[in-house]
Structure formats: C-alpha cells, structure tokens
Design a protein around this ligand. Structure first.
Ligand code: MTE
Length: 301
C-alpha cells in the first residue's frame, strides 16, 4: 500500500502554502547571503520535488548487513533490535558517554526535509525525512577545538544480520564527514520518513542523511559517534579506494571508473522513463559548493 506524504498529515500540520522549507533553513539561507528572490526560487525548487512513495522508499534499499539485493533489507531487517538504543559518544568531545537515543536527541528540533537522494549506482529518489540537524547533536555533545572530523559506526547484530554472518563487507559499517560538512544545516540525522518512525531497512532508529553526497555516506542505524583529528575510515573507500573517495560528493563531471555519473534513473519512473541529468552536488550546489572552494574535485572525489 502506498502512503503519500500529505495523507499522513493532520489538518493542523498543513500550512496554507506547504513549501517544505522551515524557518531555520530560511535563516540559514539568509545567513549565507542569499537574496529574497533566490530564497523564493529555492522554496519553489523544494516544493517541485515530488517524493517517492512509502512503498518505493522502504522496499528498494541498500543495507548490506541484511543482504546485497535491493529487496533483501525489507525482507531481512525485521529482527533488528532498536529499542533500547545506545549511542556511544567518544573522542574529542566535552560530554562523552553512552547515550540513550532520548538523551541524545530529546528536546532538539525535529525538521521535515524533502531531499533528493542520489545513490552512487546512478539511481535516485526523493525522500521526505524527519530528523534533527547533526549540528544540534554535535553542539549538545560539545566538540573540542582539536576535532576536525566526525566518525560514525553502525550497530553490529550478527544473529539478525545475514550479511554480517556472510561477511559481504568488513563490519561494522563506518563513515565519516569533515567537521564543516557535519555542521552544515543540510546535514540531517533522520529518525523518520513521512512522519513515521524510520523503518529498520532504512536505518532505524537513527541514520545520517547528507543530501549532496552519494547515498553510501548516509550511514544507517548509528551506534557510535566519534570526534577525531584525522580523516576516519569509510567502508566503501576502504573496500575500493579507486572507485569511492572519502568525499563522495555527487558530481556529474567525475565518472565512477566503471560507469558514468552524468545521469540517473529515478526510482518509480517506470522501466522506460528517460534518465534525468545528475546535478552538481545533487542540486545543492548553491548551499555547499563553498565548502570545497579551491579543492580539485577530480582528486578529492
Ligand atoms: N549503512 C549501512 N550500515 N550499511 C549499508 O550497506 N548502504 C548505503 C547507505 N547506508 C549502507 C548504509 C548505501 S550504498 C545507500 S545508497 C544508502 O544507505 C541507501 O539508503 P536507503 O536504503 O534508505 O535508500
């Protein structure tokens, strides 16, 4: 059964002009020097994004702990234990410790964000996430001045993770962001989709979403957050460094060694739907290009 975004909202939730851009994003946009016209354009671009259905988002997944097929996670992730959930916070932070999910995110503002999601395999979706800006969590745990990167780790539950037992990749799955990427207001820690709890196959109970990077940076079911001084390991970069760089920014001009990244297939578009051109930084260029000023993106891919 397909659930559409607007159907899940109560009347109280629906604003007269639902542009799916909240006040904090407007503030962030204003702070980065965008004029009013640019903001209106951005709001329009946001509202023009038609989300994929609940069905599409929750049955076509990559979560190798539960198998390598797109339908494996939906079939196999039912046993993932997500409650209680403990997140270890360590490294260069003021407040290290073992946090319950409620302690880590309780009281922080939950955002609704419709984001383009571009997988490195050249398919894409549009997903209506609910989540908390990672910056809010980092501010809560207190980042020490020596920290330059954030490292993330996925839970390992071999008894319910068939892909872990088969060792399809080295686990735990790990990922990392540079601190300025992690602090960027677009970077979300998602806990929901379409206003419901995030399903196991999508990374329950909390997963990263970095909309201008290929999907594999968006690590699922996070059990550890570490603030570190050196660039941390990332699972796909470690597995095949010539194919997957640390940065993994969506970039139509830098091809994967085995396929083009210039276009993408939108999931749900049907077998004969035409491919869409891939946008620089997945369409978030005006927001994030400044993070990479002066960097050779063919070298730091
Ligand atoms: N996180 C973990 N722990 N394990 C994974 O295999 N796959 C990544 C990313 N996060 C993955 C993961 C890849 S390749 C993609 S494209 C996205 O999750 C897919 O997210 P989705 O299934 O919610 O669309």
């Amino acid at each position: 059964m397909a659930h559409r975004w607007r159907n899940t909202l109560t009347a109280a939730d629906v604003t007269p002009e639902p542009i799916w851009m909240n006040r904090r994003q407007l503030i962030a946009g204003g702070a980065s020097g965008l004029g009013l016209a640019a903001l209106a354009g951005r709001a329009q671009a946001q509202s023009a994004l038609e989300p994929n259905s609940w069905e599409e988002i929750t049955t076509y997944n990559n979560y190798y702990e539960f198998g390598t097929g797109k339908d494996d996670p939906a079939r196999n992730a039912g046993g993932l234990r997500t409650d209680p959930w403990t997140i270890t916070v360590d490294g260069l932070v003021d407040n290290p410790g073992e946090y319950s999910l409620a302690d880590l995110i309780g009281g922080l503002t939950t955002e609704e964000r419709i984001y383009r999601f571009r997988c490195v395999e050249a398919w894409s979706m549009v997903v209506p996430w609910n989540g908390i800006e990672l910056a809010d969590i980092l501010n809560r745990i207190g980042v020490k001045s020596a920290a330059r990167y954030v490292a993330f780790e996925t839970t390992v539950q071999p008894d319910v993770m068939v892909g872990v037992r088969r060792r399809v990749l080295p686990f735990p799955y790990v990922e990392g962001l540079r601190l300025d990427e992690a602090m960027h207001p677009l970077t979300l820690m998602a806990t929901g989709i379409y206003g419901r709890d995030i399903p196991n196959q999508n990374g329950a109970p909390i997963r990263l979403v970095v909309p201008w990077k290929y999907g594999f940076k968006s690590i699922k079911s996070i059990a550890r957050i570490s603030l570190v001084a050196e660039q941390p390991p990332a699972t796909w970069n470690r597995a095949a460094p010539h194919e997957y760089g640390f940065y993994s920014n969506v970039n139509p001009t830098v091809d994967h060694p085995r396929w083009s990244q210039a276009s993408e297939r939108r999931i749900g578009g049907g077998l004969f739907a035409s491919r869409e051109p891939t946008l620089m930084f997945n369409g978030y260029e005006s927001e994030v290009a400044s993070l990479y000023e002066g960097m050779d993106l063919t070298k730091f891919f």
